[in-house]
Design a protein around this ligand. Structure first.
Ligand SMILES: [Zn+2]
Length: 253
């Protein structure tokens, strides 16, 4: 019965609030991974993006105005990681807060000595445990430039990682996936990137991956969708684990 109700609700959303062709074309033109999908997969992504836009609240701040084109582009990017997982993987939180450009939230932390520190660092995106995803429109628009970068995918990967607690690069794996193998593969790749970096060599993915295991997972996820061939060539085992986790292979859709 529940399944029937869900299907009925989805059909109604698709009929009443479809993504119109110009908005979809706008999104495809600016989202390489979606543009490279075969037509049938693109149609499925469009359905998922339509449901996503009814499910999530997109909240522009600082005078930004969001058009249907802009909303559709964010939806297309954010739906790539859950393309074969489904919207329930984004359950438990509701909104995307969108700044026009990079943002510098004023944060306050209290250290062990009771001293309050104020932080202001410039960010392109941020994910809160059980809270919103915060993004800059400018960064959403710059997806793929430089190659491999995609801030929406990055923040959504953190959200998936947080489904089983703090973001730590260890999202809830599917039945049949080997947890020990996941840890081993990511540790080995992390060490490999660290030694490349220490040797002054260029890295195959954004150096921000070396911040910590959570950032490694998020940055590798960006590369997985944006530059899959490069990621597969440089870190084949990481690529394989991400195929298993995301239940898709961007090189063989
Ligand atoms: Zn991050």
């Amino acid at each position: 019965m529940l399944g029937y109700f869900r299907k009925w609700r989805e059909r109604r959303i698709l009929q009443r609030h479809p993504i119109l062709e110009p908005a979809w074309q706008y999104a495809l033109a600016r989202c390489g991974p979606a543009r490279r999908l075969p037509a049938t997969a693109q149609a499925r992504l469009r359905v998922l993006a339509t449901l996503f836009l009814r499910d999530k609240s997109l909240e522009p701040v600082q005078g930004l105005e969001l058009t249907d084109d802009m909303r559709t582009l964010l939806a297309a990017q954010a739906c790539l990681p859950i393309f074969n997982l489904g919207l329930t993987w984004y359950a438990g939180w509701h909104s995307f807060v969108i700044y026009p450009g990079l943002f510098a939230p004023n944060r306050q932390t209290v250290d062990a000595a009771g001293v309050v520190h104020h932080h202001r660092s410039v960010m392109a995106g941020e994910s809160w445990q059980r809270g919103p995803v915060i993004l800059s429109w400018e960064s959403i628009l710059q997806a793929g430039s430089p190659p491999g970068h995609n801030v929406a995918i990055h923040e959504c990967a953190h959200k998936l990682d947080m489904l089983n607690g703090e973001a730590n690069g260890f999202p809830p794996l599917h039945m049949g996936m080997d947890m020990a193998r996941w840890t081993q593969v990511f540790h080995a790749a992390y060490a490999q990137l660290q030694s490349l970096h220490s040797a002054g060599e260029p890295l195959p993915i954004n150096v921000y991956a070396l911040e910590n295991p959570a950032e490694f997972f998020a940055v590798a996820s960006e590369a997985f969708f944006e530059i899959p061939a490069e990621l597969q060539a440089a870190l084949p085992e990481v690529y394989r684990q991400l195929c298993l986790f995301y239940r898709q292979d961007p090189l063989n859709h």
